[in-house]
Design a binder for this molecule. Structure first.
Ligand SMILES: O=C(CO)[C@H](O)[C@H](O)COP(=O)(O)O
Length: 210
């Protein structure tokens, strides 16, 4: 099981400072969608240059022009690129094809997918690398989480790795771990804490114990 730190509400220098603090406690650093919107793929490039041994995920949440966008994120240094599960089949297949060409991985974000069970099986058959259940900020605000959805994809996904994101905190991490995802994605549960390094270290310990 791996731990991914999601960076959403920072600029590039702040992102690099944060990662300096927690580098040894995380497996993957995510350049979040708001950071890409604000700073562009330069944020991915600068993060990879600063931490070449860390895997960098570009959370582009691709919806269209997938092959092209995967190519550009790959050129910037991303190791993993996200596409939405709600995208067209052609787009997801195009993303997988380009990622294979570039030696990169595709994570499918299932945010807002209504029939999770069916869509997870479909995207799994396209050869994606990760399938991620995700409660975004807007639904977190009304008390939702993805813990049940994680059990659903664990049941039906046969090939891809499973991932979970959305409001995970130290207190809820044991419940998440019980469902045995391959990847746990945490943003505010680390970056919103007074002791960022301590929070990352405690989470890493739980994740590695599995
Ligand atoms: O993709 C995202 C929002 O769309 C976030 O990166 C993801 O939800 C993880 O952050 P947090 O743990 O703060 O919810």
């Amino acid at each position: 099981m791996e731990l991914q730190l999601a960076l959403d509400l920072v600029n590039i220098p702040q992102a690099i400072e944060l990662v300096k603090e927690v580098e040894e406690h995380i497996d993957i650093v995510e350049i979040g969608t708001p950071v890409v919107i604000n700073e562009g793929l330069r944020a991915v490039k600068e993060m990879k240059e600063a931490f070449p041994s860390l895997k960098v995920l570009a959370d582009l949440k691709i919806m269209d022009a997938a092959g092209y966008e995967v190519m550009k994120a790959s050129e910037a240094g991303a190791d993993i690129i996200t596409i939405l599960g709600a995208a067209e089949d052609m787009s997801i297949k195009g993303a997988v094809e380009e990622a294979k060409k570039q030696g990169k991985k595709i994570l499918v974000d299932m945010i807002a997918v209504k029939d999770l069970e069916t869509r997870a099986q479909e995207v799994d058959a396209f050869g994606v690398d990760y399938i991620c259940v995700h409660t975004g900020y807007d639904l977190q605000a009304v008390g939702k989480n993805s813990f049940e959805d994680l059990q659903t994809i664990k049941r039906v996904v046969k090939n891809a790795k499973t991932a979970v994101a959305g409001g995970i905190k130290l207190e809820t991490l044991p419940e998440v771990i019980k469902a045995q995802p391959d990847l746990v994605i945490v943003g505010g549960g680390i970056t919103g804490q007074a002791d960022i390094k301590g929070a990352a270290a405690q989470m890493q310990k739980l994740v590695k114990q599995g």
